[in-house]
Design a binder for this molecule. Structure first.
Ligand code: ADP
Length: 176
């Protein structure tokens, strides 16, 4: 039995952990099931809504609050809002959670070594070389969720398995 309400599905995890990959597959699966879905990908937000913001603690917090603000507008109007930003700080994620009625957190959990070996955008190499300062996992903290509704272990699960787990949780909670 679905609630017919929207929900914010909040992915968090290190760069290269798999947030974009899993969130896109989840978006497709939900669209096929005829839900209204909007994917707020971290990189796309940073080139539009948060253009000009950097990676200081303050700017990261502003970025996450903006994503949370938009996700709330969408999900309170019946949309499944999926967000996929690193969102490294636990207290900011928890504040966003507290401000959104229907909120599901998905921790995309892969060891730093795995994310670094994938180095999807070549960012870890640059961070290790000191060309990028304050890179999450290297010289900036990542605070893992303590009570995420779903944890995807992308070093030992397939993308399909992670998507299936996410869908099963949304079903269990009555959102789809
Ligand atoms: P993020 O958005 O977290 O920075 P991406 O989704 O851009 O991460 O990159 C994750 C990379 O890891 C992709 O190249 C993807 O193909 C790969 N990958 C390997 N196994 C998995 C998995 N089980 N789940 C998600 N991504 C995976």
């Amino acid at each position: 039995m679905t609630s017919g309400e929207g929900v914010t599905v909040w992915f968090t995890g290190l760069s290269g952990s798999g947030k974009t990959t899993i969130s896109r597959e989840l978006e497709q699966a939900l669209l096929e099931r005829k839900f209204k879905v909007e994917l707020l990908d971290g990189d796309i937000i940073r080139t539009n809504l948060s253009k000009g913001l950097g990676f200081s603690k303050e700017d990261r917090d502003i970025n996450i609050h903006r994503i949370g603000f938009v996700a709330n507008l969408l999900s309170r109007n019946g949309v499944i809002a999926i967000t996929a930003a690193i969102s490294p700080y636990r207290n900011v994620r928890d504040r966003v959670r507290a401000s959104i009625k229907n909120f599901v957190e998905i921790y995309v959990n892969a060891p730093l070594e795995v994310c670094e070996s994938r180095d999807v955008k070549g960012m870890y190499a640059k961070a290790r070389a000191g060309e990028i300062k304050g890179f999450t996992g290297i010289d900036d903290p990542y605070e893992p969720p303590l009570n995420a509704e779903v944890v995807c272990y992308t070093d030992r699960e397939t993308v399909s398995e992670s998507v299936a787990k996410s869908i099963a949780k949304l079903e269990e909670l009555g959102y789809i």
